[in-house]
Ligand binder design. Structure first.
Ligand code: MRU
Length: 334
């Protein structure tokens, strides 16, 4: 078991390798895996051993270094890594940065390390802006895992909670379990417990009842891709939480770094939504829970329309209201 919980790290120089926590084994086991080939980095991203938009981007950047060790051309390596998962734009953003650095003949390991370090700083800045929104004794709800495990450290949505706690505020976090892969139950509940934040795990279909009972005063989630008009892709189930929040007049916030914005897309209809294996639903964690041969639909993400989002918490400040103009002003100035 590693001494310090570090989502991912690079060991050594240009000939080194990527080490990451295998998140599929949490919370029962905290184990690291070593990625010494680009295929193993691709597999780790595909199988969600490393997951969460920023962490996928950082891993891919280091994956480029591992791939170059085999002597394969950069274009081939980046195209291969780009084929691992389609929705989180941070993956493509990081690979583009690596290609640009190569074109400018800059050191590629230094660029990957910079992507890693910048994410750390962005997460802390998001936490500082977001914590301003939360008063002492607030009940908040989150979906999926937008924590330290999904980023370099500290997270985006969870960074807001961690920072509020550092400021001495007491929060009560309701954690959606997040079917089918249980990132909420396995990862967010684990991270909150590690930091001693009061957390209550609920099944996804309990959010409406918890809101109706007045237990939640704000919702904060992460994002995988935010388009020019503010439509936001995040883990499947986020859209229904946003609809429920509106029905109960609870503010719904997205926390994300500017690397998660994709201003090349006008609206969320254009975001590619990853489709995953039916067995994640019929045979979750190895146990069959549905009849053999049943038809299954398993989109991994959904899109929350901008009109349901009160604000987007970025490392440069909070975008509110969420419009094409306010997004352009914040993101393009960065
Ligand atoms: O399929 P996953 O676990 O990679 O999905 C992750 C999410 O949806 C997160 O909320 C998002 O990437 C933001 S992480 C800071």
């Amino acid at each position: 078991m590693p001494n310090k919980v570090e989502t991912l790290r690079w060991l050594g120089d240009e000939n080194g390798h990527l080490v990451l926590i295998d998140q599929t084994r949490l919370p029962m086991e905290l184990v690291e895996i070593e990625c010494r080939t680009v295929e193993s980095v691709w597999e780790a991203i595909k199988q969600l051993r490393v997951r969460g938009a920023p962490a996928i981007g950082i891993s891919a950047a280091y994956g480029v270094i591992v791939g170059l060790q085999s002597g394969r051309p950069l274009e081939e390596i980046t195209a291969y890594l780009a084929s691992s998962r389609p929705t989180a734009v941070n993956l493509f953003w990081a690979l583009e940065r690596m290609k640009k650095a190569a074109l400018e003949k800059r050191n590629l390991l230094a660029e990957a390390r910079a992507i890693h370090e910048e994410d750390r700083a962005m997460c802390h800045a998001i936490g500082r802006y977001g914590a301003e929104l939360l008063a002492n004794n607030t009940g908040v709800l989150t979906h999926c895992n937008a924590g330290g495990l999904a980023t370099a450290e500290y997270g985006t949505a969870l960074s807001v909670f961690f920072t509020a706690q550092d400021q001495g505020k007491q929060l009560h976090v309701f954690v959606d379990e997040t079917r089918p892969l249980l990132q909420g139950a396995r990862l967010t509940a684990w991270e909150l417990a590690q930091r001693g934040i009061k957390a209550t795990l609920i099944c996804d279909n309990m959010a409406a009842q918890v809101m109706r009972e007045g237990k939640v005063q704000a919702v904060i989630v992460g994002a995988d891709r935010i388009t020019a008009n503010g439509d936001t892709a995040n883990k499947i189930g986020t859209y229904s939480v946003a609809v429920l929040a509106q029905a109960h007049q609870i503010p719904f916030y997205v926390a994300a770094p500017t690397s998660t914005f994709d201003l090349s897309l006008e609206s969320g209809d254009l975001i590619p939504i990853e489709q995953r294996s039916s067995t994640e639903i019929t045979h979750g964690f190895g146990k069959q829970t549905a009849p053999e041969g049943i038809d299954v639909y398993n989109p991994a993400f959904d899109v929350t329309p901008a009109r349901l989002i009160k604000g987007i918490i970025t490392e440069h400040g909070i975008i509110e209201p969420v419009t094409k103009a306010t997004i352009a002003a914040m993101v393009q100035s960065s």
